[in-house]
Design a protein around this ligand. Structure first.
Ligand code: UDP
Ligand code: MN
Length: 575
């Protein structure tokens, strides 16, 4: 009896154990659904120990992966979510970090954005032998955006060309960018030679890129922002061109990925792409390809500057040419510095239209830069002192307080570098690389603010480059406002850095693209302050103009509305 009973108990025990195991397994299968994305290494065993850090990551990761919606945003199409609550959260995300991460988290990390190349590009055959180290730096970026950047690089780069991916975490505070990201790399991207390096202290994007470059060992450095997507065929033309000319630094065509719906916006036929320029207040600008014969070409095209986030440079050349100015902090200015330096010191900058990489352009920076304010201005002041010779006056005209600011720091080592590399002058750069660049105080009768006798000023009303809008009237600013700088050129143009004043059919004056020999853009400036157009035989006038509307032309008369004074006058040449 006793024996039978014991046997019974053992049997019941076994049955119970079996049932518990079945229930636990069923629970696990339900809770941990199949992953949506392909992983390079399957997790070996499915038994999760909640106390183990890695297993905690695994649970978190599978939950995350289970929310990914297959084919959402496939081929770079606009992505949308059905749940209005998600959309509301997405809107909030856009306002707080300038990127809809609610949506980003649901789009497959390994989505393809399709072949974005112009048809003509597919005829080119490249066979580079150089290898690339792709360097991606980040500070508190959205994890799914970082991972999509990495996936796009691993998937779109032939294995033999990708030496490694170097990730530099600029001391992010977001927890998931530490152990969890490393765990993701170890389990989902193992075998792809990805180095993740965490900096102990936030150093800003310039020094973070320098750290990445130090860690890299491939032939060519390719820097990408942490919210990019590389497309088919992106790397071959970059490496091939560098193989041909090691002192040529390249940018891909940077396409727009929407920060709100992740649509890859640029179409493949897009040949009207732009290259890099700059403005005298020290900003990067997009400009049309200057030489008309070059427009529509698919071979690499000269670019006076680069945007800065995405570029390829031979690794040893990067160090030879002076890498970055390591005393630049935070964000900004480094792209114009490296651009001027490359050109002035014997290199070249080109845009490669057959290499297409998407970038999420955010409406604002979702981060602040601790300590220093206006690092862009301070960094630009450094580069102006080092590279722009006399032309730095034009930057400091807009930023007078920066010229002798102690915040600029010591520039000796950069001046030495310039000497050691025997670099050419900024005038050489303007004459040879960017002859189209308008110089506001050369060959002009007057420049600066243009004030009438009633103390009102001409103002471009922050007109967006490449568009047309009113030449407005506005109270004169006491500071050097970029919107109120105009020049009266020898050739009779009344113009700002990017626009010329033109008379419209309604006799209002507009700012638009400068055209040669256009009588509606021709003005004569007289000593008495009159600005006259001979086609209409009328004078520039502010009479009856409601601020901030456009000034007009009117019958010439002796009126305070028709007397204009420039801040600086070249009195020797005015009639
Ligand atoms: N970044 C960084 N440290 C900083 C600021 C920015 O590592 O202090 C990274 C950022 O995460 C991004 C890259 O630098 O990957 C370029 O910054 P961002 O995209 O904000 O510049 P933008 O594209 O607006 O020029
Ligand atoms: Mn960016």
């Amino acid at each position: 009896m006793f024996v039978k009973c014991r046997r019974h108990r053992v049997l019941i025990h076994k049955i119970l154990l079996f049932m518990v195991t079945v229930i636990v397994l069923m629970f696990l299968i339900r809770e941990l659904p199949e992953r949506e994305i392909t992983s390079s290494k399957q997790i070996q065993n499915n038994i999760i120990d909640e106390n183990d850090e890695n297993d905690e990551y695994e649970i978190k990761l599978r939950t995350y992966e289970s929310k990914i919606i297959p084919n959402l945003g496939h081929n770079g199409k606009e992505a949308t979510l059905k749940d209005p609550e998600d959309n509301e959260l997405g809107e909030k995300a856009l306002k707080s970090v300038a990127m809809n991460y609610v949506l980003s988290d649901r789009i497959p990390l390994n989505r393809s954005v399709g072949d974005r190349r112009n048809e003509g590009c597919k005829k080119f055959y490249y066979n580079p032998t150089l290898t690339a180290s792709v360097v991606i730096i980040f500070y508190n970026e959205i994890l799914s955006a970082i991972l999509r950047t990495i996936w796009s690089v691993t998937l779109q780069t032939p294995e033999h060309l990708l030496h490694e991916i170097v990730l530099v975490d600029d001391a992010s505070t977001a927890e998931e960018l530490k152990g969890f990201l490393q765990y993701y790399i170890d389990t989902r991207l193992s075998g792809h030679r990805i180095k993740l390096h965490h900096l102990n202290e936030r150093v800003g994007l310039i020094k973070a890129r320098l750290e990445g470059a130090k860690l890299a060992t491939g032939d060519v450095l390719i820097f990408l922002d942490a919210h990019c997507e590389a497309t088919i065929g992106w790397i071959e033309p970059l490496l091939a061109r560098i193989e041909e000319s090691r002192s040529t630094v390249l940018t891909p065509l940077i396409d727009v990925i929407s920060a709100s719906n992740f649509a890859y916006l640029s179409d493949a036929d897009y040949t009207g792409f732009q290259v890099g320029g700059f403005s005298w207040p020290g900003h990067f600008t997009w400009i049309n390809v200057q030489n008309e014969n070059d427009r529509g070409k698919l071979t690499p095209i000269k670019s006076p500057t680069m945007a800065g986030g995405l570029f390829a440079i031979e690794r040893k050349y990067f160090w030879e040419i002076g890498s970055y100015d390591d005393k630049m902090e935070g964000w900004g200015g480094e792209n114009l510095e490296i651009s001027f330096r490359i050109w002035q010191c014997g290199g070249r900058l080109e845009t490669v239209p057959c290499s297409r990489v998407g970038h999420i352009f955010r409406d604002f920076h979702p981060y602040s830069i601790p300590g220093k304010k206006d690092t862009h201005g301070i960094n630009t002041a450094r580069l102006a002192h080092v590279w722009m010779d006399d032309y730095k006056r034009l930057f400091f005209m807009y930023r007078p307080k920066l010229e002798y600011s102690p915040l600029i720091g010591d520039i000796t080592s950069r001046l030495e570098l310039r000497k050691r590399l025997k670099c050419k002058s900024f005038k050489w750069y303007l004459d040879n690389v960017f002859p189209e660049k308008f110089i506001p105080d050369e060959n002009v009768l007057g420049y600066g603010q243009v004030r009438n006798n009633l103390n009102m000023c001409l103002d471009d009303l922050s007109l967006h480059e490449g568009t047309t809008g009113p030449l407005g009237l506005y109270p004169c600013h006491a500071f050097s406002a970029t919107t109120q700088y105009f020049s009266m050129t020898y050739k009779g143009k009344l113009r700002s850095e990017n626009f010329c004043a033109e008379i419209s059919n309604t006799l209002e004056v507009q700012l638009t693209r400068c055209l040669k020999d256009e009588l509606k853009q021709s003005w004569i400036f007289f000593k008495n302050g009159t600005i006259y157009n001979s086609l209409f035989a009328k004078c520039l006038s502010s009479e009856g103009v409601e601020v901030p509307k456009a000034v007009r032309i009117d019958n010439c008369k002796d009126s305070d509305h028709q007397k204009w004074k420039f801040t600086y006058i070249n009195s020797t040449v005015i009639t």
